[in-house]
Design a protein around this ligand. Structure first.
Ligand SMILES: [Zn+2]
Length: 387
């Protein structure tokens, strides 16, 4: 049923292998799709102890027994698969985050993340204006404010995530390496957390601290009213509350990156250097659900591609990733259908008709003696040349 619909959409012949149908529509067989959705569901469930399904799932997880094939509970297979990937789900009770009601109300609390007059697009276009605007704004910040610049970095080749802080007035530069598979989002948050923590642990009293971060999503998520499920986010909010209680005003500002703002370049350099040669200072926190889901997704996509490669047609074997290939689509549907039929080899040319029915004539319908296949029609056939 599923596949016959795909065939109608693609205008593919009945003989077209199913892998080509899936690859060309960027869909997957129902069983694979179910696996992906179940794994995602389990990871999300594992942080929600208030969910009615939580206890059942946890119990199921803790019973380590072999079920007979036909009567094993539906979730157990995927549960063990996630386990095998080294991702923690139901081992412990999910971290209990503080009961503070977030965010701090802006009218009552002067501290908190704030926006920035910069716009990313114009900032990238005009570096100097931004650097000047930044320094003039920076001069307006009260003298006694402790300014800290933060940054995070991720290196794709080594899969290493790092964060760094830089305090120009105290000449402090520090960098940390995060746990494996941590996202850049977590790294930026951790950098802010480390900056706040550093301020909190200072011996002398700091009346105000301003933290400059170059990730807009991080700044807005700290200010957001959504509780969020990233451990670092809670760390940041808790420390902000503690600082406030001890009389330090916190401001978190977004600044555009890579536009020549001095301290930011330094923080960026620190984080990048930590990526290539780690200093050994490590931060150990739990992966957030979205980081776990992204590990599962990467693994799942590899399996999907492997599954496609069961088909030995060149149009499948040449694929490096799943997903739609842009140039195979034309705004005229008939052109797209024609292209796909030619690529798959399952088309209405005489060579293919001959493969199905030995009695059919494989030679060119335009009268030449050649076999009528895709190459002949597109490249060789003289009858198809425009005059
Ligand atoms: Zn011909």
């Amino acid at each position: 049923m599923h596949r016959s619909i795909l065939r109608i959409i693609l205008g593919a012949k009945v003989s077209t292998p199913k892998e080509i149908l899936y690859a060309d529509t960027d869909t997957v067989p129902t069983t694979l799709r179910r696996s992906w959705l179940t794994r995602k569901y389990l990871i999300q469930l594992s942080i929600k102890p208030q969910n009615p399904m939580y206890e059942t799932a946890k119990l199921l997880y803790s019973i380590k027994k072999d079920y007979p094939k036909r009567s094993s509970p539906a979730l157990i297979h995927e549960m063990r698969y996630i386990d095998q990937l080294g991702i923690a789900t139901f081992e412990g009770t999910p971290a209990h985050f503080s009961t503070y009601s977030y965010p701090l109300h802006p009218d009552r609390h002067p501290s908190g993340p704030s926006g920035s007059p910069f716009q990313k697009k114009s900032a990238v276009a005009d570096h100097r204006a931004v650097a000047e605007l930044f320094s003039s704004l920076n001069n307006q910040v009260p003298e006694e404010t402790l300014r800290i610049l933060t940054d995070g970095a991720k290196q794709q080749t080594t899969n290493r995530t790092t964060c760094a802080i830089h305090i120009p007035s105290l000449e402090v530069s520090r960098a940390w390496t995060l746990m494996e598979h941590a996202s850049i989002f977590t790294a930026e948050l951790q950098a802010i957390y480390q900056a706040l923590d550093y301020t909190f642990k200072l011996d002398e009293h700091v009346p105000a601290v301003a933290i400059y971060c170059d990730s807009k999503s991080v700044v807005s998520s700290i200010a957001s009213s959504a509780p969020g499920n990233n451990e670092s986010l809670h760390g940041v909010r808790e420390t902000m509350a503690s600082l406030k209680a001890s009389g330090t005003l916190t401001t978190i500002l977004w600044i555009p990156s890579h536009v020549g703002i001095r301290g930011n370049e330094e923080a960026d350099r620190l984080a990048t250097r930590e990526c290539s040669s780690p200093t050994g200072t490590r931060i150990k926190i739990n992966l957030s659900p979205s980081e776990k889901i992204s590990i599962v997704k990467t693994d799942w996509k590899e399996k999907v591609l492997l599954n496609l490669k069961n088909c030995h047609k060149p149009c499948i074997q040449s694929r490096k990733t799943t997903g739609l290939v842009r140039w195979l689509y034309h705004k005229e549907r008939c052109v797209t259908v024609c292209l796909k039929r030619l690529r798959s080899g399952h088309n209405y040319l005489n060579a293919f008709s001959n493969r199905i029915d030995q009695g059919a004539d494989p030679s060119c319908r335009k009268g030449c003696e050649e076999i009528e296949n895709a190459k002949h029609v597109l490249v060789d056939c003289q009858a198809n040349e425009p005059n």
